[in-house]
Design a protein around this ligand. Structure first.
Ligand SMILES: Cc1ncc(COP(=O)(O)O)c(C=O)c1O
Length: 404
């Protein structure tokens, strides 16, 4: 049976991610492969590490890529930090907090959870109190929980944790580069991300950074595979329960010894490097400001279309807005019309918010004025077709006022 070449339909991806990749990232990903120990390749890996130090705002040596989607980064961090029986505290503000909890449970950890209603965040004092009460080995939290669009404040909790000898892990998949994040200034130990949100790339690579303290914990369980072991490679501690996501081994691969582990996903490395290169060229503050500007324009636009914003507006992410689906409107049918008539994808959410909210993103390459205005123009038509009465041109006009 003849199979056609890949030819995806044109889409403007304005959901909570993935978003359209920056064409410059796609171009970088079409470059030819080189061998995994070619000096050019290892130099490119080192360059990528340096670039991601700027993106995470850290001096951490151990700043690299995990091959896999963001979830692989999360899992690498947790399975490498947590031994069975270790206590971990997980504040849950949405779906991705539940994911951390689940992964920590799979690691056999003693998982303590605190929850806040979806659409709210924790006060950092609340987090500090819970850390003091539970005294975990690791506090594992999400910065931007895309499921609710909330951005958890985290600038103070790292210092509290350091004083108590608690390691911090933060999932910044959806928030990095679109919202303020300063790994070293905030004294956070481990952070993991993905490319498909504000970094403007495809999913499939998970940037990660670890403080020296976190590296010491991971290396306390360092084992070298039998086939590549040399004299002096003594096993330490209990073996990490995943081979592919064993950070001690992955650090040996990205470090000066270049000990073979997996074969680095070369094309994803090119893409991840270009995502970071573009952000560093723009400047991290400028990237956050770009997301703030276009996110504000989208928010003003959807409000002017008569939609009600979901969640605590003092703590929303810059790069995705959630709105209540109006009474009487079939949310999934409206999203389908956005896609079929206008080629624009917007999202709903998960669990308790499925069918209750739409989530509209302005991130990565799509944090652009034309993308915002086009989405608002289309949404106005879809809302009218669904029986609501948005004032003509109101959404576009309100966004243009933000840009004026
Ligand atoms: C905050 C957060 N964490 C983790 C993930 C999982 O990422 P991936 O699908 O790349 O594994 C997502 C994806 O939307 C996310 O928004």
């Amino acid at each position: 049976m003849p199979v056609a070449p890949i030819d995806p339909p044109p889409r403007l991806l304005m959901g909570p991610g993935p978003v359209n990749a920056d064409p410059r990232v796609l171009r970088a990903m079409s470059a030819q492969l080189v061998g995994q120990f070619d000096p050019w390749m290892t130099a490119t890996m080192n360059e990528t590490m340096a670039l991601y130090r700027e993106v995470f705002r850290t001096a951490n040596d151990a700043t690299l890529l995990i091959d896999g989607t963001s979830r692989a980064g999360i899992e690498a961090a947790l399975v490498s930090l947590l031994e069975p029986g270790d206590r971990v505290l997980v504040p849950v503000l949405g779906r991705f907090g539940h994911l951390l909890r689940e992964i920590a449970e799979r690691c056999g950890a003693d998982v303590h959870v605190i929850e806040t209603p979806w659409g709210t965040v924790f006060d950092e004092e609340q987090l500090a109190d819970a850390v003091r009460r539970v005294r975990p080995k690791v506090l594992a939290t999400v910065q931007g929980d895309t499921s609710t669009t909330m951005c958890q404040p985290l600038s103070q909790i790292g210092a509290v944790c350091r004083e108590l000898g608690v390691l911090t892990y933060v999932d910044v998949t959806a928030s990095l580069a679109g919202n303020a994040f300063a790994m070293d200034d905030w004294q956070l130990d481990v952070a993991t991300a993905g490319l498909q949100k504000c970094l403007g790339g495809p999913s499939g690579s998970a940037p990660i950074s670890l403080s020296d303290a976190a590296v010491d914990v991971v290396n306390g369980r360092r084992h070298v595979e039998a086939g590549i072991r040399e004299s002096g490679d003594d096993d330490r501690g209990e073996r990490i329960r995943s081979n592919y996501l064993d950070l001690a081994m992955i650090l040996d691969y990205w470090g000066p010894r270049r000990l073979n582990h997996h074969t680095e996903a070369t094309t994803m490395l090119y893409g991840a490097r270009e995502c970071a290169r573009l952000l560093v060229e723009e400047g991290m503050d400028a990237a956050v400001e770009r997301h703030r500007l276009h996110g504000s324009a989208m928010t003003a636009g959807v409000r002017a279309l008569g939609l009600v914003l979901f969640g605590d507006q003092a703590h929303t992410m810059n790069n995705v807005v959630a709105v209540e689906i109006p009474d009487g409107v079939d949310g999934d049918a409206a999203r389908a019309q956005m896609l079929t008539d206008f080629g624009i994808e917007i999202g709903t959410s998960f669990g308790p918010l499925h069918g209750r909210v739409w989530r509209i993103g302005t991130m990565g390459w799509n944090a652009r004025r034309d993308a915002v205005l086009t989405t608002l123009a289309a949404l106005e038509q879809v809302l009218r077709a669904a029986g609501t009465s948005p004032a003509p041109r109101a959404g576009v006009a309100a966004a243009q006022e933000v840009y004026a």
